[in-house]
Design a protein around this ligand. Structure first.
Ligand code: NAG
Length: 202
């Protein structure tokens, strides 16, 4: 009982706090009001900046939109680099530990098709669900992008991309790269059939 009262007291405190206008009780897309939070349009801009970095990369745009101490975590990317082998990349560690490293890696890539399907805006992060229209297999992924406020008040970008957590269907991507080439595949189901229960690991 005392536990419930303690929770109720906590909830009352939260309701009175200035940041009560955003957060769990109102859903993540509720407008944020404090000056230390991204607005919805700020978050949309950051999401679109990330898309540009993937789909139409340039060093100058990267310099404008990313923090110098940018870090990128993605075991999906590590798996692509490793081609399904145990190395050279170590799973669970950062792919890129600075903006300069990202520029060296991303700048060497051909442009990648990248469409944003949905975004979820939070105070200091925006989450993106995205798809890359590759063939033969569509690649879908989710990215959480954390931002920091740009110290340069006169810059075109108020928020800089600081840390990225990105995972996606690297299995499909490895098939598209012809790195993973399954020796035998069952015939694809006819488009009108009802999906049967998927059996894993058999
Ligand atoms: C990007 O910034 C780096 C310094 O971080 C600088 O050396 C480089 O020339 C800049 N590139 C462009 C195209 O602005």
């Amino acid at each position: 009982m005392r536990f419930i009262f303690a929770l109720a007291a906590l909830a009352a405190t939260a309701a009175a706090a200035p940041w009560a206008n955003w957060g769990v009780s109102h859903g993540l897309n509720y407008p944020r009001t404090t000056s230390n939070c991204m607005s919805d349009s700020d978050a949309t801009k950051v999401a679109n900046n990330f898309k540009t970095l993937i789909a139409a990369y340039s060093d100058s745009f990267s310099n404008k939109t990313m923090a110098v101490d940018f870090v990128d975590y993605s075991d999906s990317v590590m798996e692509l680099i490793n081609g399904g082998c145990e190395g050279p990349e170590v799973l669970g560690t950062a792919v890129f530990s600075s903006r300069a490293e990202f520029q060296a890696g991303q700048g060497a890539q051909p442009p990648i098709p990248f469409e944003i399907i949905k975004t979820w805006n939070a105070c200091s992060a925006v989450t993106i669900r995205w798809q890359s229209a590759q063939t033969p297999q569509l690649v879908t992924g989710i990215i959480v992008i954390e931002v920091v406020k740009n110290a340069d008040k006169k810059a075109s970008q108020k928020w800089l991309i600081k840390t990225v957590y990105s995972e996606f269907n690297s299995g499909a991507w490895l098939v598209n790269l012809d790195v993973f080439n399954p020796p035998v595949c069952p015939a694809p189901p006819p488009p009108t059939s009802t999906p049967s229960r998927r059996m894993l690991f058999v």
